[in-house]
Design a protein around this ligand. Sequence first.
Ligand code: Z5A
Length: 212
Amino acid sequence: MACKRGALIVLEGVDKAGKTTQCKKLVQALQQSGRPAEMMRFPDRTTTIGQLISAYLEKKSDLEDHTVHLLFSANRWELVPLIKKKLEQGTTLVIDRYAFSGVAFTSAKPGFCLDWCMKPDVGLPKPDLVMFLQLSPAEAALRGQFGEERYETSVFQKAVQQKFEQLMKDPSVNWRVIDASQSVEDVHENIRTQSLNAINTAENQQLGELWK
Ligand code: Z5A
């Protein structure tokens, strides 16, 4: 009998919402319950393309806005063969940011529309579940100051949040909004429950194509 595929689970959210913390906890919980699971993150700064992106985010280099958008997308596409292989092998992938961040961050810049920003990511493996970790700017501020990287200002983050809200209206994507203001454990419990449902459903479904 062919093995059941793993689920593609994405965590999105505003700055400091706890995405990385929760991705790690979810992978650990799934593994401890005997389910194969691994974490990935975008941008993946380890590849050649990822290093260009990393230098841009760290403000060590400047890139034209369309160019960097396409690089973020290319960074996802270069990992697609690995993503598909892992899912086919039955491993659930928990991904820290995906195409939704790509669209929300670029379309928050002047002169960009959602439609153009979505195009390069059309056809990527479609997540079985996208959880948006919701946190108010005031609560995020309690978790520390913004860092030094590009995009880490409250004005820009507010614009990004509005773009995420537009993206979440799309019924073709299985969105769940998670209250990220609760304790790490309470947020985890919510995420774990949603993820187990998605894993069970994905077992009997073909992997979809995003925005197609
Ligand atoms: N970007 C883009 O432009 N285009 C794209 O296509 C993609 C990304 C994929 C990558 O940043 C940047 O690239 C990002 C979007 C853009 N720019 N910004 N801004 P990154 O991935 O390297 O880093 P990040 O995603 O910005 O990380 P983050 O948002 O700052 O953090 P987080 O992962 O959401 O949170 P955390 O690291 O788990 O937790 C933050 C702190 O809060 C930490 O001290 C925790 O201990 C604490 N924490 C976490 N949960 C809680 C709870 N529940 N209560 C209290 N404290 C908590």
